[in-house]
Ligand binder design. Structure first.
Ligand SMILES: *[C@@H]1O[C@H](CO)[C@@H](O)[C@H](O)[C@H]1NC(C)=O
Ligand SMILES: *[C@@H]1O[C@H](CO)[C@@H](O)[C@H](O)[C@H]1NC(C)=O
Ligand SMILES: *[C@@H]1O[C@H](CO)[C@@H](O)[C@H](O)[C@H]1NC(C)=O
Ligand SMILES: *[C@@H]1O[C@H](CO)[C@@H](O)[C@H](O)[C@H]1NC(C)=O
Length: 332
């Protein structure tokens, strides 16, 4: 039996290599290179939020971004009442854009902390092609206020290209958000307050639940599909922690934008090279306005009639509106 055992060991080692995806690390954003790798954009918020984005220097001076124990912190200001009134005045926060872009591969965000379920916040970890006509956006982690689930959304921009996804339930753990199967920004759809095709991940995919032990979010982008998975701390596949990610072994994705199953989209035509972006805004289209009082419960919960007033006047409500990043890696 000894030779057979040896052979078995050899074969199983071999099959490990054969089954590996072949993805190689090409970018590792972490505490060593973060501030050289991301632009902190202090421009106006395109989503109309009650926010005042800071430059890197301003964010560092205010303690809104820093390296702590080899982790990268960035988040909202949570000590000051915002004294100005009107749409020009908002809570200080951050909007980050990677200097480099990538095309196809696996993007893995390893977070010790993500913004928690606070009324008024609207954070996102996403990718976008931000040149010319803005070709393609992939929202990996995005939600608002006290919603317990994450929304995964694609946005496409070329009006002459169709891009729709209606994945069957048995292909993902999330569910297509009502009325949002068409990804194109130029296509108006009923029953939705923003354009794009969106999948709602299961409860527990956003908010405080993720901050017991952190969370890993991963996105695989090929010509055939864009898939998103997440694992709360402690459940991360070992091939990710070992640095040899193999999406084929990760099981059912939370969101599965699959051109071979429920999709009609030329992904390569609709999605050009993507930068990695983060932002934490307040109110605006998703967390303010109607979302505050009609389809959200934040007006009742906080006793404040508008999101904008709540965000300006309650700094301590936003002490958990921050990301703490172990790493963001790109494999190709
Ligand atoms: C950041 O990534 C680089 C390149 O992979 C690595 O050499 C370095 O040790 C990492 N730094 C931290 C703090 O993890
Ligand atoms: C942002 O903060 C600066 C400095 O405090 C202030 O002058 C400016 O009006 C603010 N802008 C917004 C959009 O809140
Ligand atoms: C896009 O969709 C429309 C409506 O379903 C269809 O008429 C058209 O042929 C499609 N175009 C392409 C290029 O697939
Ligand atoms: C989608 O939303 C519309 C309008 O809010 C509602 O009438 C319809 O029942 C919803 N459909 C599903 C499948 O939830």
């Amino acid at each position: 039996m000894a030779p057979l055992n040896t052979l078995f060991c050899f074969l199983s080692t071999l099959s490990l290599f054969v089954s590996a995806s072949g993805y190689q690390l090409v970018q590792n954003y972490n505490a060593s290179n973060w501030f050289d790798s991301f632009f902190y954009n202090n421009g106006p918020d395109p989503t109309g939020g009650t926010v005042n984005y800071t430059t890197l220097a301003q964010a560092q001076a205010l303690g809104l971004t820093k390296i702590v124990n080899n982790q990268v912190y960035f988040g909202a200001e949570s000590t000051q009442v915002v004294s100005g009134i009107g749409s020009d005045f908002g809570r200080k926060s951050v909007w980050l854009q990677s200097n480099l872009e990538f095309t196809h591969g696996v993007l893995i965000g390893d977070f010790a902390h993500v913004p928690s379920s606070a009324c008024g916040t609207w954070p996102a970890f996403w990718t976008i092609h931000n040149e010319g006509n803005n070709n393609g956006e992939i929202d990996i982690f995005e939600s608002f206020s006290d919603t317990p689930h994450n929304y995964m959304t694609l946005h496409t921009t070329n009006p002459s290209l169709n891009c729709t996804f209606n994945p069957p339930d048995n292909s993902e753990t999330g569910r297509v958000d009502n009325g949002t199967t068409d990804c194109n920004l130029h296509t108006d759809q009923p029953n939705q307050n923003y354009d794009g095709c969106s999948i709602r991940a299961p409860d527990g995919s956003y908010g405080d639940a993720l901050n017991q032990n952190g969370v890993v979010y991963a996105m695989e982008w090929t010509s055939a599909h864009i898939r998103i998975w997440y694992w709360p701390g402690g459940t991360v596949p070992s091939d990710i922690t070992n640095g040899n990610p193999n999406p084929a072994g990760w099981g059912m994705p939370a969101g599965n934008f699959d051109t071979t199953n429920g999709g009609n989209c030329d992904l390569d035509a609709n999605f050009l090279s993507q930068g990695v972006w983060f932002d934490i805004t307040f109110c605006g289209m998703e967390a303010g306005g109607d979302a505050w009082s009609s389809y959200g419960d934040c007006a009742a919960k906080t006793g404040v009639a508008t999101c904008e007033d709540y965000v300006r006047n309650n700094p301590s409500a936003f002490t958990s509106a921050y990301f703490l990043v172990n790493s963001v890696k790109i494999y190709q």
